[in-house]
Write a protein that binds this ligand. Structure first.
Ligand SMILES: Nc1ncnc2c1ncn2[C@@H]1O[C@H](COP(=O)(O)OP(=O)(O)O)[C@@H](O)[C@H]1O
Ligand SMILES: [Mg+2]
Length: 254
């Protein structure tokens, strides 16, 4: 039985009077890829904001492995192993592709400030190791030849990939992808799909994917959870979800 990585029970948040997310339940196993779909405004991004400490839940709990995560700060959650990408790309556009990934590795750096001031041999060794690791990661996304480019000069599809690479550099166990295919052309979407399959194989990471591109969702998700007005209205295999009358009425029939 694979181990549970991310588990939420009765998770929710109220803004003013609005229950943006209510009674959200999920159990994601090691290496599993689960889709989270629903109409605009359904509460999908809010679920990610709860899982990353951007918002504190007003109801329920969530765990990463056996660790209760309620009330933890974003940096603590990242350190514990949850990483995300954003619906709107958030890269350091004036920094290089390599630097964008290096930043995410900083939590692994052991030699810290004294080492970096004294420039000990161990510091240089570690610096070189981290660059190698970053370059490995960039090559997974076929970005190795663009390591010195400014991130903002990459074509859109590659900026999206770089965001995923940066999220993976935190050594996450659980990756939350918020509409990674938004704005991509069919070629870029196909490349993204291949990329997601590669990182699953290579890192055995669990993924929760928000996406409107149904060909992508139905193709790669093992299970799908559907929310509408902040509540789960259906969950199951892609095949079941695509034929579910409730899901068609709320979302797929749009
Ligand atoms: N900080 C906030 N304050 C008030 N309302 C919010 C806040 N964040 C999200 N909401 C509301 O929660 C609902 C869900 O939004 P969101 O999670 O962004 O939807 P989705 O990602 O599914 O399109 C929307 O009605 C949105 O206006
Ligand atoms: Mg959203």
């Amino acid at each position: 039985m694979p181990e549970t990585i991310l588990r939420a029970s009765h998770l929710g948040i109220t803004f003013g009077g609005l229950k943006a997310v209510h009674n959200f339940e999920i159990d994601i196993k090691e290496g599993e890829l689960v889709g989270l779909i629903g109409p605009n405004g359904a509460g999908k991004t809010t679920v990610f904001n709860l899982f990353t400490g951007v918002y504190k839940p007003t109801e329920g709990t969530f765990y990463l492995g056996k660790q209760l995560m309620n009330g933890k700060k974003t940096h603590e959650i990242v350190a514990a192993g949850i990483a995300r990408t954003f619906q709107n790309i958030r890269l350091f556009k004036k920094m290089t592709v390599m630097e964008n990934v290096l930043i995410a590795f900083t939590k692994d750096i052991r030699y810290g400030l004294p080492g970096s001031i004294l420039r000990t041999a161990a510091f240089w060794k570690e610096e070189a190791d981290i660059r190698d690791k970053a370059m490995d990661l960039l090559s997974v996304f076929n970005l190795q030849d663009k390591a010195d480019w400014n991130a903002g000069n990459l074509p859109y599809g590659q900026q999206r990939k770089l965001e995923i690479a940066r999220a993976l550099a935190t050594n996450a166990k659980m990756l939350l992808l918020d509409e990674p295919a938004a704005g991509m052309n069919p070629t870029e979407t196909a490349e993204l799909l291949a990329c997601i399959n590669t990182i699953r194989r290579k890192f055995n990471i669990s993924i929760l994917l928000i996406e409107h591109d149904m060909s992508l969702v139905m193709n790669i998700c093992e299970r799908i959870v559907v929310i509408d007005y902040g509540e789960i209205i259906a969950q199951g295999l892609p095949e079941e979800i695509s034929h579910d009358p409730k899901v068609i009425a709320a979302y797929l029939g749009e």
